[in-house]
Design a protein around this ligand. Structure first.
Ligand code: BDR
Ligand code: CA
Length: 323
């Protein structure tokens, strides 16, 4: 049976790869994409989501525009990382003739008051916090919530302690984590401890291109800028593709391991956006998160390539050597 999923995102280069992976996964039906201000302003993220759907030939999937700024902090985009068009300066043509009346939170409220759906959030959590403020019950009806964000032992990527999605809107992340405590559920936190292991290297990209030039060239077009950014700032040859790991983990939770814990998101000053993981239970609070700390990187790339290239595992005979 296929599972219904909503992807909340801020495309974004790695968000786009995540959407491509999700749309190529037969186990799930993406019933909507909600966009939030993050990597790119929300209007740009909306346009970029359309460009990805067009490439995937899936403009049937509805996209809803969400919040245009964080709850309290000023909006700071990440176009320095994702390029001036938010898609690695690929400057893909605008997709015309596709508008939505409903906002992201209206859509989420409408769906979730009818049925329980899973959500994979790969951007700042502003849309979800807004949903809690608007209709708590709707949020509570999310059956499984996977969030790319935060970090446990790994250093931050936009401050020494904070990962971008939670740094961008720490109040929103804090509200979501508190709500999980309130309803006694756990959010599945795919943070930098695991995503930093997922590096798309030039060799892997070349392999993708050899197997499917259309998909490979598209990925190359949107990741070139990201490669350059990673070389300059992280001294990595390749790029960390955080968001597709949230999709892979959603599809196969065995790909990551970790532990359940109480987690609080800090909102102020130098600890803004930090995920305070009470791994040793000092606070004696019930777990509200599953914190993933280890990942089977090879399995991720098998899953990623199988899906985006529509190949069987035995057709990826060179992959093992490249990982
Ligand atoms: C997260 O921030 C964004 O730049 C990426 O799209 C990802 O969701 C990584 O910190
Ligand atoms: Ca993202």
């Amino acid at each position: 049976m296929t599972r219904k999923v909503i992807i909340d995102c801020d495309p974004g280069i790695d968000d786009s790869l995540a959407i491509m992976m999700a749309l190529s996964s037969p186990e799930i039906e993406v019933i909507g994409i909600t966009v939030v201000a993050g990597n790119s302003p929300v209007e740009m993220g909306f346009e970029n989501a359309k460009k990805i759907l067009k490439f995937m030939n899936r403009l049937d999937v509805p996209i809803y525009k969400g919040e245009s700024k964080p709850l309290k902090k000023d909006f700071v985009n990440a176009l320095d990382t994702h390029g001036e068009d938010g898609l690695g300066e690929s400057f893909l043509p605008k997709v015309e003739g596709y508008e939505q009346e409903m906002s992201a939170t209206e859509f989420l409220e409408q769906i979730l008051m009818k049925e329980s759906v899973d959500m994979i959030a790969i951007g700042p959590l502003t849309n979800l916090a807004t949903l809690i403020q608007r209709n708590e019950q709707a949020f509570n009806n999310i059956s499984r919530l996977v969030s790319m964000g935060g970090t446990y032992k790994s250093h931050g990527n936009c401050s020494p302690v904070a990962e971008y999605n939670y740094w961008e809107d720490p109040e929103a992340a804090s509200i979501v984590y508190k709500q999980m405590s309130k309803i006694n559920k756990t959010i599945e936190m795919i943070g930098l401890d695991v995503t930093r292991k997922i590096v798309l290297t030039p060799t892997l990209l070349e392999y993708i291109k050899r197997l499917d030039s259309k998909t490979g060239e598209f990925i190359q077009k949107i990741t070139k800028f990201y490669f350059d950014f990673h070389w300059e700032w992280e001294h990595i040859i390749g790029c960390v593709i955080n968001d597709p790991l949230a999709i892979a983990y959603y599809l196969n939770p065995e790909i990551c391991t970790g532990f359940t814990s109480f987690v609080q998101v800090e909102t102020e000053s130098i600890s803004r956006g930090q995920t305070l993981v009470d791994a040793y239970s000092f606070y004696r609070k019930e777990a509200n998160a599953k914190v993933l700390t280890q990942v089977n990187m090879k399995e991720f790339f098998y899953m990623f390539l199988e899906r985006i290239l529509k190949k069987e595992r035995n057709e990826l005979d060179l992959l093992e050597e490249l990982l």
